[in-house]
Design a protein around this ligand. Structure first.
Ligand code: TXA
Ligand code: MG
Length: 315
């Protein structure tokens, strides 16, 4: 089937209240019409997602933001101008037209324009904002390939668009820039350094409590089925173990499976491979995954954040 026809048909499914999984530059999203409360409810059902965890709405074009929410604070507009389309989610006031289920009852909403042509074509063809969390079951590894979506959500999705592996491999950075000082609510694919460069100092809020500012920030999240802990290749341990390395495979040790994120030592390349590597280690039949932290700069901060949360699930 030609790609364009696939997109038109998927857009029709969205308009009819169905669920479409689609690639973005970060991870695959599980999309529904954000103006349709029943369609949004199907997302929560398919993901087994708690109703207190609000969704991100996706727009085809930055210009659509004004049409949806009217005027936004200057720093929000500046960030949108600088980084959209791209892996940045911004918090704005929720307009009446967005049903409360999409925002879990919050009077704010999360919104972004993905930097993936097929995603923007899909949203434009649907003609509505598209609510889309990552297309995985709640708390599990995020999907960076169509195969991950099919394996995790299978029959719960009406259409899965396959765009190959995603470019960034890690979720968008979430920023609330409505106040005096922008607050980073979730570390992600857009490095904090880039945001500071654009709008000055920011606060990075590492929420991890039960009533989260951004529930991707629940301490336990992004977890493989296999217990994961942070550590080094030299750590003692028994059983069939897998190792997630940053740039070099372990020199010794009895590892049943090893994944190297970036032989060049590039954190951006490492992010692109992170979830794919974890999905593979998870499927390797090991009893434990040991993950080595990566350098804590740029998108490396978001990688370490995901690894810590995955490890927290297994305490
Ligand atoms: O890269 C991404 O952002 C991907 C792709 C599909 O766009 N989506 C994604 O969605 O990661 P999800 O549902 O896995 O994470 C959305 C996060 C949640 O942690 C949620 O709590 C937060 O966005 N969020 C949504 N609305 C919010 C709001 N009004 N205020 C604060 N956080 C919000
Ligand atoms: Mg998610």
């Amino acid at each position: 089937m030609p790609a364009e026809r696939g997109i038109d048909e998927a857009a029709a499914v969205l308009r009819a209240g169905g669920l479409v999984a689609f690639p973005t530059e970060t991870v695959y999203g599980l999309g529904a019409n954000a103006l349709d409360a029943r369609a949004a409810a199907r997302i929560f059902e398919a993901k087994a997602r708690p109703s207190f965890d609000p969704l991100i709405s996706h727009l085809a074009d930055a210009a659509d933001l004004a049409a949806l929410v009217g005027e936004v604070p200057a720093a929000v507009a500046e960030l949108a101008k600088r980084f959209w389309p791209g892996p940045l989610t911004l918090i704005v006031d929720r307009p009446e037209i967005i049903p409360p289920i999409v925002t879990s009852g919050l009077d704010t909403m999360a919104v972004r324009v993905p930097d993936e042509p097929s995603a923007r074509a899909l949203i434009a063809a649907a003609g509505v904002p598209v609510a889309a969390p990552s297309a995985n079951r709640f708390g599990q590894l995020s999907p960076t390939r169509a195969e991950h979506v099919v394996a995790g959500l299978g029959g719960a999705v009406d259409v899965v668009l396959d765009g190959g592996p995603t470019r960034c491999g890690i979720e968008s950075t979430i920023v609330d820039a409505r106040g005096d000082r922008p607050v980073v609510l979730r570390l992600g694919a857009l490095p904090v350094e880039a945001i500071i460069e654009a709008v000055g100092p920011v606060e990075v809020r590492q929420g991890s409590s039960g009533q989260p500012v951004a529930p991707g920030t629940l301490a336990a999240h992004y977890a493989p089925r296999t217990p994961l802990r942070l550590g080094a290749a030299a750590d003692p341990g028994g059983g069939r173990r897998g190792f997630l390395a940053f740039r070099e495979p372990p020199a010794d040790g009895d590892w049943a499976a090893v994944e190297v994120l970036s032989p060049d030592g590039d954190v951006t390349a490492a992010a692109a491979r992170l979830f794919d590597a974890l999905h593979r280690l998870d499927a390797a039949g090991v009893t434990e995954i040991v993950a080595e932290p990566v350098p804590d700069t740029g998108v490396g901060r978001a990688i370490n954040d995901r690894l810590r949360r995955a490890a927290a699930t297994w305490h």
